[in-house]
Every structure is written in C-alpha cells, then in structure tokens.
Design a protein around this ligand. Structure first.
Ligand code: FAD
Length: 456
C-alpha cells in the first residue's frame, strides 16, 4: 500500500490529539514539532505540501533589515536569532550570502546611515555572519560592472542567508520529518469545515481530491494553518478571532543569469521598498512587489511585470534592457499578514508587520496561525507545542526537533557514498546500503525527492 493510502486509512480511523489544516511552512513545522514530542498528529493539505505561498517566496532566510526602518528591532532581533539557528541546524540547505546594496544620490538616507544600520543589523544578528563593508562607486564598478553607477553614491555589502535548495523543499523536509515520527500526513485532502461533537472533539469533513471520496477526521484540537485561507476556514468552523489576514501579492520574474557573482543585488525600487536580484542556479530571480489583494488566487499582471522590469533596468547597465520576452518563468504568491480585525481592512500592506500571531480559542480547543515567515518557522513550531500543552495534551519534554544530522553522521553517509560505485555490480547490496542511509542518516527527501511529490 502506498504511504498516502496508509495515511488516509489512518486519518479516517484514528483519533488524533491535533489535526493540522495546511501543509505550508506553518503547518509543516507544527506537525514536526508536535510529532517529535509524542503527540498523535495529523496533517492535511488540499494541494501539494508547500504548494501555495510557501513555494513562492524570495527564498531568503533573513532578519528583515528593512523592518528596522519601522523601528521593529524586537522583530529583527528575533528573526536574526531564527536565521542563525537555521544556519547552524541546516548547514547544507541554509547558507550565508552577501547582499550588495547600491544607494543613489537621491536616496532618502545618507550612505553612512545605511552603513551604520548594517552594523546595527549585524549586532542584532549577534555577529553570526561576515561583517558589513562600505564600497565606493569605483569598487562597485570593479566588482559588479553591470550595476548602473551613473546616479550612485555608495554601496554597502552585508550578509544574510538564503535557501540554497528552495523554499518548497525546505518545507517538505519538515513534513517528512513529521511523518518519520508518526504523523499521519496526506496531501490532496481538502477540509470542508469542522464541528465539535458532544464529547467536545473536532470532526473535520474532508474530501480526497484524487479519489473524490469524503470522510471525517477526529481530533481533540484543530490547528488552522491554512495560510491565506485561515479566515475562510475559521468561518467554516464557526470560530471567531481577534486577528484576520490581509493579503499582499508578491511576484518574481526568473530571467537568464545576469551576474556570475553569487551575491544578492539589492536596490530601492520606485516605491522605496528594497528590491532584489537573487541568484537561482544559472538563472536570476528578480522581485518583488507588495500589493494589497482581496483574493488568495492571484496571477502576475502586465503591471507587475512592467514594475519589476522597469525597476531592474533602471538599476543595471545591461547591453540590452530586460524585456518581457526574457522572462523564463514567473512566481506569484500572497503573503498572509496578521492584522487586528479592529484595525479594519485598509492598512498599508507595505508597512505592516510580518510577525506571526498564534490565536487560541480555548473554549473550542482551536488554534489559528496568522502571518509569519519561513525564517520564523522554528519559533512557530515551539509556540504551537506550548499552546497545545496548555490545552491539556501531554507532551514529552522539549528537545531539539529539527535540523540535519550532525557532522559525524553526514561524514559516515558521505564515506558510504564513495563505496557505492564499487557496489554497482551488485544491485541488491547497493539498494540495502542506500535504504539504510535513507533511514538512518540523511533525511530521505534529500536523496529521493527534488520537489514535493504529488502523492506521498
Ligand atoms: C512574494 C513573497 C516573498 C516572500 N519571501 C520570503 C522570504 O524571502 N523569506 C521568508 O522568510 N518569508 C518570505 N515570504 C513569506 C512566506 O513565504 C510566508 O509567510 C509563508 O510561506 C506562509 O506559509 P503558510 O504556511 O502560512 O501558508 P501556505 O504556504 O500558503 O500554506 C497554507 C496551506 O494550507 C492549505 N489549505 C488552505 N485551505 C485548506 C483546506 N481547506 N484544506 C486543506 N488545506 C488547505 C493550502 O493548500 C496551503 O498549502 C514571502 C512571501 C511572498 C508571497
């Protein structure tokens, strides 16, 4: 029986401590953290795991230097701490990368203020990364000749981190880790809403999008991690919250590689937001936009394309400006941003906090996760465990529930890897060896899966 079928059978017959709706980053870390602490957990997603917002990000694991302008130093310090923990725990996935920010003469701050800010940022990041440096226009021309320096004043280089493999794969590894610890997870299972039975337990009606069958999942707690669909799902379950989501669309355009330097080029766009050209293997990923939308289903408009292309062309000195025909692929997602309902629906999404909020409806044994970032995911996992424990589920003592195997295990795996060539003549030995390696040493997806699988 395929793993998905086994898990669907478990979903329809077992009772769980918690059912998590949504296998984006928030749902995936919640499942991984709870399963590691011995909770009986179920996780469902209506699409592929990480198939919605969590596969449309800029792939940055960063402290959010731009939030310093809004004086959100607490948020930045927290995000830097998470970034550092991810750098330490996922050395093959999360890697430090240099950002080169070019500042023009008409920019609202003097370069020395920006330079001082990057040092403050470095300090808030506890000095984990390489130190910032200021560059003259001549130094920029020398190291990155494609940057248009005609209106430039100075450059600042600093460090942050990025997801070397990509966001969806990063998320899927948490799903995989949850499954390895007993979580019943299945994709293409859509929740149609839930209600509580007379014993106070949740009964969630779901539809298998592949077979078309419907069934019920029973759980003590319901965790709504449906991202941009959190409010919609809460309505289906008759859950009232203080928070809601405002949605901000962000797009990226993928074009042929514009620079061979493995470095993020940062500029300030015409709307004064930070704007990036990010290395993506032998391509460059350019973006992003930040526009209020009212529907989670969005697509890239000509206006979005022109915004990104005109901004990047204004900053670069390419032999031929980038045109729509140069676009190889596009990414488009909506950021679910946490907002108090009392603040209304007309906040400026560009200036809204990216901080996550976990709202518990105690008397209904219900948890909603609002907002968040990939970078903040470990905190979400830990906080969900705290809330679930407060709701009366007994969890095993907290320990480290995430991360790649330590250097010694990775070394053993690599050493084993070099023996594989000699095993080619004996497929049975090779298969036994690789199965052991998958089970014991490396997270299986790192070996077998380049993108989240459609059916697991
Ligand atoms: C353009 C852009 C750039 C970004 N860049 C960065 C960045 O560089 N770094 C960073 O840290 N963060 C970044 N973010 C933010 C980050 O990507 C998001 O905060 C995060 O991915 C949201 O995760 P989520 O789990 O809340 O939502 P999602 O990933 O959308 O997951 C929710 C899941 O719930 C499922 N679902 C919904 N309804 C149901 C239902 N009824 N039944 C079953 N399943 C359901 C959906 O299918 C979906 O898979 C960016 C976001 C955008 C849009």
């Amino acid at each position: 029986m395929a793993l998905r079928d086994t898990n669907i059978s478990r979903l329809s017959t077992e009772e769980f401590d918690a059912l998590i709706i949504g296998g984006g980053i928030n749902g995936a870390v919640s499942a991984a953290a709870l399963a590691a602490r011995g909770a009986r957990v179920a996780l469902i997603d209506a699409r592929d795991f990480a198939g919605f917002t969590s596969q449309q990000s800029s792939n940055l694991v960063w402290g959010g230097i731009k939030y310093m302008e809004g004086y959100e130093f607490g948020l930045v310090a927290g995000l830097c701490k998470s970034r550092n923990e991810l750098l330490d725990s996922f050395p093959s996935t999360v890697k430090e990368i240099r950002f080169l920010m070019t500042l023009t003469r008409k920019f609202r701050f003097h370069p020395w203020i920006i330079f001082a800010s990057t040092w403050l940022y470095w300090l808030l990041g506890r000095g984990k990364t390489r130190t910032p440096r200021i560059l003259s226009m001549g130094q920029i021309r020398e190291s990155e000749p494609l940057i248009d320096t005609s209106d430039g004043r100075a450059g600042v280089e600093y460090s942050d981190a990025f997801l070397h493999d990509n966001d969806a794969r990063f998320v899927f590894n948490f799903v995989r880790s949850a499954i390895d610890k007993g979580c019943a997870a299945a994709n293409y299972i859509e929740s149609r809403g839930a209600m509580r039975d007379s014993a106070g337990h949740w009964k969630t009606e779901v539809k298998d999008q592949i077979s078309g069958t419907t069934f019920t999942i029973r759980s003590k707690i319901l965790i709504n991690a449906a991202g941009a669909y959190v409010d919609q799902h809460n309505q289906l379950c008759d859950i009232e919250t203080r928070y809601q989501h405002l949605l901000s669309k962000g797009i990226h355009l993928i074009v042929p590689q514009i620079s061979e330097n493995h470095r993020v080029l940062a500029f300030f766009a015409s709307d004064e937001r930070l704007f990036f050209a990010i290395p993506m293997a032998n391509r460059t990923c350019i973006g992003t936009t930040d526009t209020l939308v009212h529907n989670p289903q969005t697509e890239v408009s000509d206006e979005d394309r022109d915004f990104v292309l005109s901004n990047i062309n204004a900053c670069l000195n390419l032999p031929k400006p980038l045109q729509r025909e140069d676009v190889i692929a596009e990414r488009c997602g909506v950021r679910p941003l946490a907002a108090l309902k009392s603040s209304g629906n007309s906040l400026d999404v560009k200036h809204m906090s990216r901080k996550h909020v976990i709202e518990v409806t105690d008397n209904r044994m219900h948890i909603s996760i609002f907002g968040g970032k990939l970078t903040d995911c470990l905190n979400v996992g830990d906080e969900i465990c705290d809330r679930v424990a407060q709701l009366g589920i007994e969890l095993q003592p907290a320990g480290k529930w995430y991360g790649e195997p330590d250097a010694q295990k990775r070394g053993e795996f690599s050493a084993g890897h070099t023996q594989w060539d000699s095993m080619k003549s004996s497929p049975a030995t090779l298969m036994r060896h690789s199965a052991n390696a998958c089970g014991d040493v490396m997270p299986p997806t790192q070996i077998s899966c380049s993108t989240p699988s459609k059916k697991i």
